[in-house]
Ligand binder design. Structure first.
Ligand SMILES: [Zn+2]
Length: 503
């Protein structure tokens, strides 16, 4: 009892501080989760409490010194409040792109973001700061090393490191930590060193127009074209001129890692200590314009590739794969229409959101063919069948997207290729494992298909023959760099001709 009395003012202050912080900032990262049953609510409430407990640890240390709290807490709290406002109201993704926008956006664009609700929210945040700093003045922290609160704070901090060790991002992908991660990533930009190319590169000058559709999280074995029992590709199945490859392989398990390897001459086991040739830089030096149209917000690891393209268009950049308000991939097509020119030497990248978790945000209602579907973001609250149903509906939508893109391309009799490649696959309950960023057969076997126009088949019959012959062979994903260079007959860059699938 004596102890409780002694620490009562401290206890009250830290409790209030954490309730305000938790509800004003931390909870924003949880509020948009689609949850449907008690189990899911309990799990995420526990997650929220644990996360806030770790925040308490850091806040407690900050509060030990008067000057530290007065100097650091107000700006940090206000910055986080601004971030939380956009998360609460818009479910935006806190990532380095936001920091980039904040530092590099023109003032008039920033002015557009300031609305009346935002202004009110900001004033309330200032009110919290004043109230909390005043509250902090009234308490003291005598002999902190003897305080049970100190022990509790240290447990909170240890909890942060343990949780992150157990599952990377479990805390740092959420407020308030994701703001620090975003600033850190922004400051440490451009992790890849590129090999410089001097002068123009020779090539075959043929008017080959490539549309490279970069998919996301699509497994080859869930494609009807590859023998999957469900009709997930009803439109593509009716088409000719398509070669789908069932036996693909990549050891890369997540987007950032996969794209670095796909878009360079790096081997699977490369440590990137030596500069790499960038596919887009090579195409640029061979005078083939590359146009990037993305429905995904670029991550630091592949942003430098996009910077090398002749034009770049990122749809709705402040909503990432972690947001629940993201436009469907078909929104890529009007942008594609603007820059596509039949009969030209061009290289387009259409970067899809594809089948990334949470599956239900990836496709419109009309494609909810396989039922019942998932209802909770907590994987364990959904049945295996619901998970697979939702996932297969995203593949059905991919079928529609690719069919629509091909329908556009075949309007003109030009030499056109569509290469569809997913960056990696997904675990769908094998050994009780789900999603990706982990090794497993479902992750290592991404979908890959090539469509060629009649004009292409007429001009390059030997290439089509080669593709048909390779249909059942194993293809490693390091085929892309040598194959694109081989297709355009680019000279002056060393590459492995044996890996060129178009030779
Ligand atoms: Zn990915």
């Amino acid at each position: 009892m004596e102890v409780l009395k002694k620490y009562k003012p401290q206890l009250r202050f830290h409790l209030l501080l954490n309730v305000v912080f938790g509800l004003w900032i931390t909870y924003a990262s949880f509020v948009h989760y689609p949850l449907n049953d008690l189990k899911a609510y309990v799990a995420y409430f526990g997650h929220f409490l644990l996360l806030q407990f770790s925040v308490f640890g850091f806040l407690y240390l900050m509060a030990l010194r008067r000057w530290l709290f007065v100097l650091v807490f107000p700006p940090v709290f206000l910055l986080l409040s601004v971030a939380a406002f956009w998360v609460y109201t818009q479910d935006i993704a806190i990532a380095h792109g936001i920091v980039r926008a904040a530092f590099e956006t023109k003032p008039d664009v920033a002015a557009d973001l300031i609305s009346l609700p935002f202004a009110i929210h900001f004033l309330l945040s200032v009110g919290w700061v004043v109230w909390l700093v005043k509250g902090h003045r009234k308490i003291t922290h005598p002999e902190p090393l003897r305080s049970p609160l100190m022990a509790l704070a240290l447990v909170g901090i240890v909890c942060f490191y343990l949780a992150e060790h157990f599952k990377y991002g479990i805390f740092t992908r959420r407020l308030p930590y994701n703001v620090a991660v975003a600033v850190d990533e922004y400051a440490a930009r451009a992790p890849l060193a590129f090999q410089k190319i001097d002068g123009t590169l020779a090539s075959n000058k043929q008017p080959i127009n490539v549309v490279f559709v970069l998919g996301e999280t699509v497994r080859a074995d869930h494609m009807q074209l590859n023998g999957y029992a469900r009709q997930t590709n009803p439109l593509l199945a009716k088409r000719h001129n398509i070669v789908s490859f069932a036996d693909t392989y990549t050891p890369m398990t997540y987007t950032a890692e996969s794209l670095q390897q796909l878009f360079t001459d790096a081997a699977f086991d490369d440590d990137y200590s030596q500069p790499k040739y960038s596919l887009f830089d090579v195409l640029r030096q061979a005078q083939i314009p590359v146009h990037w149209i993305g429905n995904q917000t670029p991550e630091i690891s592949y942003e430098s590739f996009i910077d090398q393209c002749a034009t770049q268009k990122i749809l709705d950049p402040f909503h990432s794969e972690l947001s629940f308000r993201k436009g469907y991939d078909q929104e890529l097509l009007p942008e594609f229409e603007k820059s596509y020119r039949a009969g030209r030497r061009q290289f387009h990248v259409l970067h899809m959101m594809g089948s990334h978790w949470w599956y239900e945000t990836r496709y419109p209602d009309a494609f909810r063919k396989f039922q019942p579907v998932i209802k909770s973001k907590l994987i364990g609250a959904n049945s295996m069948q619901e998970m697979v149903n939702s996932y297969d509906n995203t593949i059905l939508y991919l079928d529609y997207f690719l069919d629509k893109t091909i329908a556009r391309l075949e309007k003109e009799p030009s030499e056109t290729l569509l290469i569809y490649l997913s960056d990696h696959g997904e675990m769908l309950g094998e050994d009780g494992r789900w999603l990706h960023a982990q090794p497993g057969k479902g992750v290592s076997n991404p979908a890959l298909l090539v469509w060629y126009s009649d004009g292409f088949a007429a001009a390059h019959p030997q290439v089509v023959q080669k593709l048909q012959a390779m249909r059942n062979q194993k293809i490693d994903l390091d085929f892309l760099f040598p194959s694109v260079l081989g297709l355009y007959g680019i000279e002056g860059i060393p590459y492995d001709h044996a890996k060129n699938v178009f030779r």
